[in-house]
Design a binder for this molecule. Structure first.
Ligand SMILES: Cc1ncc(COP(=O)(O)O)c(C=O)c1O
Length: 393
């Protein structure tokens, strides 16, 4: 069949993580997935979600089965406003940061605009590059975040329209940008007139004190659009998050949301609103943080051992779900085949960069699998690495 398609359909591409994962087949019946960026099943607040849902349907409020405003369910907006200490007209509820990002891109970008991002970064940014046919500018990451000197030098040569950044426990590297760099980035945004899209789904999972967001640091609230998601701390299936931005932008985003899905499921908003307002919520968050910090320590122990034996280098994640590992040489796409045969799956670094020529990096998600699987996964990583190296030589 010859499909009838728009220009956009020819430009759009499958998300890089998904396309790498589609190609991986494992013969093993109990594979270990270090590839998926999902919360651990143990931490999903199942009991609370069930109780809140039952309560909702028992109370049967008159608006339960209706649409709500595209900006969001009013009481949920009030809760967000109180928690984020921002006026209600700066808030719009979304179906998570994937939608938030898409709406912001629709509002801001034209074909050929220059768009900066961290190298490496979450593949959503690369999808926008293809979809909007943008001029992509990748800025290297340092231990304390994006290299601001490189960014400024780049902007002087090629002005940018927008910059995408994951400020906390970055996906895939685990890096958190320092306060000094956050301030400098805001200054640059005002000096060179661009918008910062701040994608922040991991802020609750930082092991240390949280640094103010770029949105909080923006003095006039004109240059930062902030995306927040409940996917990592409640469940991705709830498909709920929110955008914080200047009311001028919120009004436009609302128009885009009206034609996209009218509103985020009011039932999900009601449930999440009840959950995050309940007295158990701070304890649930604390449990998650402790769980992931412990997982990070176990993974660190394994990676220190791999460093001693094979020279692997790894990040020191400040929180979140991921370790970023560099095995120094060889093509990890080849290792992936050995790993899949041994029953362990990871994501190659290539999925997080448009120009990854080194091909020696991988992302390990230490969050999702259970304790036994994790230890089995480590054994399989080492075993498959040794097989790969022996066969290459
Ligand atoms: C940085 C980042 N942004 C957005 C998302 C997707 O979030 P959501 O489920 O809210 O659409 C993820 C998920 O892995 C992510 O890591």
């Amino acid at each position: 069949m010859e499909p009838i398609l728009s220009h956009l359909s020819f430009q759009i591409k499958e998300n890089a993580i998904d396309s790498f994962m589609d190609e991986i087949k494992t013969p093993v019946t109990d594979p270990v997935f270090f590839s998926v960026g999902l919360p651990n099943k143990k931490l999903i607040p199942k009991k609370q979600l069930q109780a809140m849902t039952n309560m909702l349907f028992e109370n049967d409020p008159s608006n339960l089965y209706n649409y709500c405003s595209s900006k969001g369910y009013d009481p949920f907006i009030s809760t967000i406003s109180a928690k984020e200490t921002i006026a209600e007209n700066f808030i719009m509820v979304t179906n998570g940061n994937t939608q938030g990002f898409d709406l912001v891109c629709r509002m801001l970008l034209n074909q050929k605009d220059s768009f900066a991002m961290e190298a490496y970064t979450y593949s959503i940014a690369h999808s926008a590059i293809h979809q909007y046919n943008l001029n992509a500018i990748e800025i290297p990451l340092q231990q304390d975040g994006m290299d601001m000197d490189v960014l400024e030098a780049s902007i002087k040569k090629v002005p940018i329209k927008a910059l995408y950044i994951i400020p906390n426990a970055q996906n895939p590297t685990g890096i958190t940008i320092s306060l000094e760099k956050r301030k400098r980035l805001i200054d640059l945004a005002y000096q060179y007139n661009f918008i910062i899209i701040e994608d922040d789904p991991y802020r609750e999972l930082l092991f240390d004190e949280r640094i103010p967001s770029l949105f909080e640091l923006d003095p006039l609230k004109e240059k930062v659009i902030y995306l927040y998601s409940f996917s990592k701390i409640i469940a991705p299936a709830m498909r709920t998050g929110f955008i914080l931005a200047h009311p001028v932008y919120i009004q436009k985003l609302e128009q885009f949301k009206q034609i996209q899905d009218a509103c985020t499921s009011p039932i999900n908003q009601m449930i999440i609103n009840n959950l995050i307002s309940s007295y158990v919520w701070p304890d649930l968050l604390e449990q998650q943080k402790n769980f992931y910090e412990n997982r990070k320590k176990i993974t660190q122990h394994f990676l220190i051992n791999m460093h001693k034996k094979y020279g692997w280098l790894s990040s020191d994640p400040a929180g979140g779900l991921f370790y970023w590992v560099n095995v120094l040489d060889g093509d990890v796409l080849e290792w992936m085949k050995y790993a899949a045969a041994s029953g362990v799956i990871f994501v190659p670094g290539k999925a997080f960069s448009l120009n990854d020529v080194t091909n020696t990096k991988i992302r390990i998600c230490y969050a999702y699998c259970n304790d036994d699987e994790m230890m089995k996964g480590f054994e399989r990583l080492e075993e498959s690495f040794v097989k790969w190296k022996n066969n290459v030589q």
